[in-house]
Ligand binder design. Structure first.
Ligand SMILES: [Zn+2]
Length: 273
């Protein structure tokens, strides 16, 4: 992941062929410490982006990214700190048993159950996001997957699942985590019935966070369409697949998030404290 140099290893049609133009570059790291710093900064920005979108619900919600040197450990937001107040110095590093190995804050028990199960089951998943959002949780109550009502929704074509198991029961038991983990490995996003949304990424926290924002938005749009009572025109399977291939991959998720990262880094410098 995160190892292509524009021009040498072009992964998307969105990367300019013309040289000398300003465009986000996938970073190269000289050391594992540099990569760790990058991952932590982007985790903080992702958490603050959740705050800006109003994804907070008391202490619920957690975002994780693996440590680049110790992949059995993951960085996450501290328990009972508002998304908008997360910063470099209050992130915590935890193991799969939910033990905090670095940092002063406590860990969210439900976060540990869900995320540890996924990270343990799928070593290639590097990041995960979960929150109790208004539209996502509302749509999750229907027990239905998303319809392909737009190009944006197509990012989740054959790439999201509804999980009914443990629906509505607070996810503090490990068994619940394993059920979610199974589906997370096969999908970009999971709609946990009567609970909320989850996304994961094999690329970056940027990618997981952007698709979470997109999934919440897709749920909102689906609810708006349903509320009209008008049967929507749906994308064909071919069109949905085409859109996903072009604007629904890991790189695009990362790329979308760079806009959000720049805005937060420029306007909230305390994130680096
Ligand atoms: Zn939850």
């Amino acid at each position: 992941m995160l190892d292509n140099v524009p021009g040498r290893n072009r992964v998307s049609i969105y990367q300019p062929e013309q040289e000398g133009l300003i465009f986000p570059e996938i970073p190269q790291f000289a050391s594992v410490a540099e990569e760790r710093e990058y991952r932590k900064q982007h985790l903080v920005a992702a958490t603050r982006a959740f705050g800006m979108h109003g994804f907070d619900y008391g202490f619920a919600g957690h975002l994780t990214v693996r440590d680049p040197e110790h992949p059995e450990l993951y960085w996450t937001n501290p328990m009972c700190v508002h998304f908008s107040q997360v910063r470099m110095s209050n992130l915590i590093l935890a193991d799969h048993e939910g033990r905090v190995v670095e940092g002063r804050y406590a860990i969210n028990r439900a976060g540990f159950v869900l995320h540890a199960a996924v990270h343990q089951e799928y070593p290639d998943i590097v990041a995960m996001c979960h929150a109790h959002t208004t539209y996502g949780t509302a749509w999750c109550a229907t027990g239905r997957p998303l319809d392909m009502i737009s190009q944006d929704a197509a990012a989740f074509y054959n790439n999201h699942a509804v999980i009914g198991a443990s629906a509505g029961a607070v996810a503090v038991e490990r068994e619940s985590g394993w059920t979610v983990a199974k589906e997370m490995g096969r999908n970009r996003g999971v709609l946990h019935q009567n609970h909320g949304l989850l996304t994961c990424s094999r690329h970056s926290i940027d990618d997981a966070a952007f698709w979470f924002i997109a999934l919440e938005r897709a749920c909102q749009q689906q609810l708006l369409v349903e509320a009209t009572g008008i049967k929507p025109q749906l994308l064909s399977a071919k069109t949905a697949q085409y859109s996903q291939d072009h604007v629904g991959n890991d790189f695009i998720g990362w790329l979308h998030f760079q806009t959000i990262y720049s805005q937060i880094a420029a306007t909230q410098p305390d994130m680096f404290e």
